[in-house]
Design a protein around this ligand. Structure first.
Ligand SMILES: Nc1ncnc2c1ncn2[C@@H]1O[C@H](COP(=O)(O)OP(=O)(O)OP(=O)(O)O)[C@@H](O)[C@H]1O
Length: 597
């Protein structure tokens, strides 16, 4: 029930985590400071009696009589001063407690906000890779950069609501002790105000979802402007992109306006209803003959109560207004409908014999209509040899890399590593033995040194050795900052060929048991490529290499070649046996396959 009323409640509960145990302290501090405030207001009764010249007035009952007794026996002047000093002490102490509560709620809020952001980053790192193939990056960016902050704000609002709720309970108790009839009347009025407030607040969920979904679209457009800057300019599409961006931004504005207008109605409406209730209570009290000091104390208490009740009601509507944000954060944090990360517990210490694709069938997740990429594919990658995987564009070469890296899993068939199914092998140990250089694996925004040693502890000598093997050392040396040159976002300050050589050095510095090169040198000049091929040759017999390329020169050093076509493995043979064939002829090469699975 509460979950229905407060959308995303368990996002908030999970975010609070161990801080939940601090919530009773927030309540106690809230109750204590409200009690001090109520007592201070109660002391107005004897003060007013003294000022009205009726300091020893009787005829009061309940808590009013209790306050009226304060300082009796003292002369009026001393008593007035003593009561004033007591009121000031109570107000001071109340504010000290209120400040302590502010510190405590800020601490809890900070911890909970951090917990939300940390859980989101944890989830993004943990989810199975196919998730990123299917999801709109704009939606993910919007959740991380916008919605997570609104979820944090919702936590602050809930904490504030706890404080206001505690104050409301205590001040209502004081009101009850002053005059139960007037309090009953006020309580009834407040219930009516809350009902009308809740009815209006419930209309906020829909516009809140609209704002969230339009924000996702806008974030996607922003990403596009950042990533496709060159494309847009080359094709002269600035105006079209501007129109599309403005339309997305306008949609956010319109949805935001609807939400803010509906939210904006609530504070004035609440104030008018509260004022009406306030006036009716005062006038009614006079009509039923409540004494002047009690009316004043009641009115002051009611006056102090109002902001707390209004804040409580506004918290409610704010959380309804953030329901779209909370739902988005909850969606991303929910692992049940997300692809699972690869699992497996078999230890893996290195390839000894071969990787075997055993009748592997695969189709990218997302839709049943997607064509089958690999159909019962069978071939082998032998230990210590270099295997070229070739085929026309779209034949499924990169998909084989994705399967080897366990970004995706076969729908049917198995990949066997020395006879052990890959999905039973510990993925961390497996990935530690492979290194990939691919045009899809971008550089990170940092120095060349940081890029080459990414995820690897290496000495400068080892880095330089890898850079030399990748034909990168000579160009790096010529840069003014050498290995400390910052490459910029995705390596933007380097040429395509330089980026590829740094990426190759990054793979080589690990000296991996299995090196996978997916179009890793296609932007490198012929001379450099020839030198890189020599490097790769030197691994022969010791390490396993998989090379994907459309260039005959790049695969020239390979021992074996696997030809893909129409979702099938068309042939697997020794490259020496087909050395005379051109790349085009190789693509059409179809023979019986050696030891196919
Ligand atoms: N993330 C994806 N989601 C859906 N389909 C995909 C995805 N990636 C690739 N495909 C499809 O899978 C097929 C094989 O793609 P793959 O990238 O493996 O081909 P490739 O042989 O490496 O091509 P190229 O030589 O052009 O790089 C293609 O039809 C492609 O449309």
């Amino acid at each position: 029930m509460l979950r229905f009323l407060l959308p995303g409640l368990h996002v908030l509960r999970d975010a609070l985590g161990p801080q939940m145990r601090l919530l009773p302290a927030v309540v106690v501090l809230g109750l204590a400071s409200a009690a001090l405030e109520g007592a201070g207001i109660g002391l107005i009764i004897p003060m007013l009696s003294i000022i009205a010249g009726d300091g020893q007035a009787g005829g009061l009952s309940g808590i009013s009589a209790f306050f009226q007794q304060m300082g009796q026996g003292l002369n009026d002047g001393t008593r007035l001063l003593a009561i004033a000093a007591a009121v000031l002490s109570l107000i001071t102490l109340k504010n000290v407690l209120a400040f302590a509560n502010t510190l405590l709620t800020n601490f809890i809020y900070g911890k909970a906000s951090h917990a939300i952001r940390s859980a989101l980053s944890d989830q993004l790192l943990r989810i199975g890779y196919p998730f990123f193939m299917q999801q709109n990056p704009g939606r993910l960016l919007n959740i991380i950069s916008n919605e997570s902050w609104r979820a944090s704000d919702a936590i602050q609002t809930v904490l504030a609501a706890i404080v206001h709720g505690s104050a409301t309970v205590i001040l209502m108790a004081f009101l009850l002790l002053l005059s139960w009839q007037m309090t009953l009347f006020v309580a009834l009025g407040l219930v009516l105000v809350q009902l009308s407030h809740a009815a209006l607040s419930s209309t906020l969920k829909r516009p809140s979802r609209d704002v969230t979904s339009f924000n996702s679209e806008l974030a996607g457009r922003m990403l596009h402007l950042v990533h496709a800057g060159r494309l847009i300019r080359v094709f002269g599409q600035e105006q079209r992109e501007k129109n599309a961006f403005d339309a997305a931004s306008e949609a956010v504005r319109r949805a935001g306006f609807v939400l803010q207008t509906r939210q904006g109605v609530l504070p004035p409406l609440t104030e008018v209803l509260h004022s009406a209730l306030f006036l009716v209570a005062v006038v009614g009290a006079w009509f039923v003959g409540v004494s002047f000091p009690v009316i004043v104390a009641f009115v002051v208490l009611l006056y102090r109560l109002q902001p707390h009740v209004r804040a409580l009601q506004m918290s409610w509507s704010q959380i309804q207004g953030w329901s779209g944000s909370l739902e988005e954060v909850r969606w991303l944090l929910d692992s049940s409908d997300k692809p699972k990360p690869p699992t497996g517990s078999e230890p893996f210490r290195g390839l000894r014999r071969a990787i075997q694709f055993d009748r592997v069938t695969f189709r990218y997740p997302g839709s049943e209509e997607r064509p089958i990429v690999l159909r019962s594919a069978g071939f082998q990658i032998h230990h210590g040899r270099s295997t070229a995987i070739i085929g026309r564009s779209g034949a499924g070469k990169t998909t084989i890399v994705n399967l080897l890296c366990r970004f995706v899993e076969p729908d049917e068939g198995r990949i066997l590593i020395d006879g052990v199914p890959l999905n039973e092998i510990d993925p961390v140990q497996w990935r530690r033995q492979i290194a990939v250089a691919s045009q899809d694996l971008e550089l990170v925004d940092g120095s060349i040194l940081e890029n080459i040693t990414y995820g690897q502890i290496a000495t400068l000598a080892e880095v330089e050795r890898a850079a030399k093997l990748a034909e990168a050392h000579s160009f790096i040396e010529k840069l003014p900052q050498g290995y400390d040159t910052v490459v910029g976002y995705r390596g933007a300050s380097l040429s395509a060929g330089q980026r590829q050589r740094v990426a190759l050095a990054r793979a080589l510095v690990r000296d991996p048991a299995i090196l996978i090169l997916d179009e890793a040198t296609n932007a490198v000049d012929g001379l450099s490529e020839a030198a890189i091929v020599e490097t790769l040759k030197s691994r022969a017999g010791r390490r396993t290499t998989v090379v994907i390329s459309h260039h005959r020169s790049t695969i020239s050093f390979c021992d074996d070649v696997v030809v893909l076509g129409s979702g099938r493995v068309k042939s697997q043979t020794r490259l020496a046996e087909v050395a005379s064939l051109s790349m085009d002829q190789l693509y059409e090469h179809e023979i019986h396959m050696e030891r196919q699975g």
